[in-house]
Design a protein around this ligand. Structure first.
Ligand code: S3P
Length: 207
């Protein structure tokens, strides 16, 4: 399988890049080796990440799926049997082990950037660009409810209490923005359109 090269300059300069004005992107935060999707539950990290990986000819990894495969339990089982703190511990260890791979697109779980260690690791891993898929809370909730209709969908324990979920959404936004080299507003985009926007963004910053 051929792999595309994403040799990007240090500073994004396109109209699709919504990095807060004036914030320089450190030189190593370019997607030569890894592209990481972050955002709240329902933002499309897994679906868009897998579309983008296909188009780049890169390998796709989903952090939740990796945790489940390694520990032989679903995410809801880990939450129910061992608690969220234990899940976060497994999540951090799994993330650290995956970031060594090259030419991968990685979809994080929505809560991964809550951990300072995970944020530092993402910021300090060379040749790695984080893309934040953003949308308003109501839009994300609608999407999660749509996904939950599918009997094969994995439940999201942190959506059980909607007030707490909205609080987390507001707390996490700063983290998503800070670790991301690029932000894409997905509110009015389909998954395909979001994948197109990501690829267009990567192409334009590579010029
Ligand atoms: C979580 C998000 C989930 C999963 C777990 C916790 C969260 O991933 O990691 O249920 O706290 O936001 P998705 O964002 O892929 O749903």
């Amino acid at each position: 399988m051929s792999t595309a090269t994403l040799d990007m300059p240090t500073k994004p300069k396109t109209r699709t890049d919504q990095t807060p004005a004036g914030r320089a992107v450190p030189g190593e935060r370019v997607a030569r080796d890894r592209l990481v999707f972050t955002g709240f539950m329902g933002s499309g990290k897994t679906s868009v990440g897998s579309l983008v990986a296909d188009r780049l000819g890169w390998h796709f990894l989903d952090l939740d799926h990796e945790i489940e495969a390694r520990h032989h339990r679903t995410v809801p089982q880990i939450f129910a049997e061992s608690g969220e703190a234990h899940f976060r511990h497994l999540e951090s260890a799994t993330l650290a082990s995956l970031l060594g791979q090259r030419h991968v697109v990685l979809a994080l779980g929505g809560g991964a950037p809550e951990e300072l260690g995970n944020r530092l690791l993402l910021e300090q891993t060379p040749h790695t660009a984080v893309v934040y898929l953003s949308a308003p809370f109501a839009t994300l909730l609608d999407r999660c409810n749509q996904q939950a209709i599918d009997p094969a969908a994995t439940a999201r324990p942190n959506l059980a209490d909607l007030t707490a979920a909205e609080r987390r959404f507001h707390l996490r936004r700063t983290h998503y923005e800070r670790i991301a080299a690029h932000t894409i507003d997905t509110s009015s985009l389909s998954l395909e359109q979001t994948a197109d926007a990501v690829l267009e963004l990567l192409r334009s910053v590579a010029q």
